[in-house]
Ligand binder design. Structure first.
Ligand code: KIV
Length: 298
C-alpha cells in the first residue's frame, strides 16, 4: 500500500490499483494532503518499499483527470511527439513544444509531481545547454523535475542540473531519441549489454538522479538494477519488479491507433468510445434529431 500524500478526493472504494493513503501518510505530511508531491516523497517511498504509478500527460484536461484519480507523478514525455503532436517519432519535438505542453499539465494539476522531458537536441551538447533547457521547463512551465535520456553519456549533464537545484529523472535501456541509431529493440540482452546497463544505472545514481526509467529491458535485469540502486526504478516494458511503473496514457486508455507494444495493458478503449460518440453526433445532425428543445435557447 502506498503512503504517498493523499489525493484531495478519494473514492470510498478505490479502483483497483488506485492509491490508498494511510493515516500514517497524513501524519507524515502534516495533513497537507493537497500539497504537491516532491522528489523527497519519492525517495521516502523507496525506503518504505512502496510501489507507485506514473502516467504521461500532455494537456491540462487529461492531467486534471489523472490528478484527481491520485496518480502521484506525471511525465510530460516527449512521446507527445507521436502520441499528441502527430510526428512519427520523438526526434522532431522542440523545447518550445515541451515547454508549452508542460505548462498546461502543471496548470491542470494540484498534487502530482510533474516531470518535463528534455527533447532531443536540447541537452546533448553538454551540461550548460542542458541547464539552459531545463531552466526553461522549471521557470516557464513550472515543472518539479526534468527527465533526460542516457546513462554514462549523460552523467555530466545530470550532475550540473542537480547541483543547480533541478531534480533529474534519468532514462536508460531503450532511449527513443536514439531511434535512428538503436531502433526500437530490447536493451540489456547478453552479458556485455547487461553490464553496460548496470553501469549506466549506477552512473545516473552517482550523478544525483532521483529516479531512473528502465525502458524495454529484460525483467530479471530490471529486478537486479532495482535491488542494487537506492533510487527508485520506473519500469516500462521492464517487468514487475521495478519500484514504479509508467505507461503512455494514450496507449493505456486505448486511444493510440494501430499496434501498441506488448508491455502495454489497455485499461479502456477510448478510441472506440470517441469514434462511437462522434458517429452518433453526426447521425443526429444529419437526421435532424440534434439539437432538441432542451438544447436550445429562446
Ligand atoms: O516520453 C515518454 O513518454 C517516456 C516514457 C515512455 C518513459 O519517455
Amino acid at each position: 500500500m502506498t503512503q504517498l500524500p493523499a489525493a484531495p478526493k478519494q473514492p470510498e472504494q478505490p479502483a483497483q490499483g488506485a492509491l490508498k493513503p494511510s493515516d500514517s501518510s497524513r501524519a507524515l505530511y502534516g495533513g497537507k494532503s493537497t500539497r504537491r508531491i516532491t522528489v523527497r516523497d519519492i525517495a521516502a517511498a523507496k525506503e518504505r518499499g512502496e510501489k507507485w504509478p506514473m502516467l504521461t500527460a500532455y494537456d491540462a484536461l487529461t492531467a486534471s483527470v489523472f490528478d484527481e484519480a491520485g496518480i502521484p507523478v506525471m511525465l510530460v514525455g516527449d512521446s507527445a511527439g507521436n502520441c499528441h503532436l502527430g510526428y512519427e517519432t520523438t526526434v522532431p519535438v522542440t523545447l518550445d513544444e515541451m515547454t508549452m505542453l508542460s505548462a498546461a499539465v502543471v496548470r491542470g494539476t494540484r498534487r502530482a509531481l510533474i516531470v518535463g522531458d528534455l527533447p532531443f537536441g536540447s541537452y546533448q551538447e553538454g551540461p550548460v545547454q542542458a541547464l539552459r533547457s531545463a531552466t526553461r521547463l522549471v521557470k516557464e512551465a513550472g515543472v518539479g523535475a526534468v527527465k533526460l535520456e542516457g546513462g554514462e553519456r549523460s552523467h555530466r549533464q545530470i550532475e550540473l542540473l542537480v547541483e543547480s537545484g533541478i531534480p533529474v529523472m534519468a532514462h536508460i535501456g531503450l532511449t527513443p531519441q536514439s531511434v535512428n541509431a538503436m531502433g526500437y529493440r530490447v536493451q540489456g540482452r547478453g552479458e556485455e549489454a547487461a553490464a553496460q546497463l548496470l553501469r549506466d544505472a549506477k552512473a545516473v545514481q552517482d550523478a544525483g538522479a532521483f529516479a531512473v526509467v528502465l525502458e524495454l529491458v529484460p525483467a530479471e535485469l530490471a529486478a537486479e538494477v532495482t535491488r542494487v540502486l537506492h533510487i527508485p526504478t520506473v519500469g516500462i516494458g521492464a517487468g514487475p519488479e521495478t519500484d514504479a511503473q509508467v505507461l503512455v496514457w494514450t496507449d493505456m486508455l486505448g486511444l493510440t491507433g494501430g499496434r501498441v507494444p506488448k508491455f502495454v495493458k489497455q485499461y479502456a478503449d477510448l478510441r472506440e468510445v470517441m469514434a462511437g460518440a462522434a458517429r452518433s453526433f453526426a447521425e443526429d445532425v444529419i437526421g435532424g434529431t440534434f439539437p432538441q428543445k432542451e438544447h436550445s435557447v429562446h
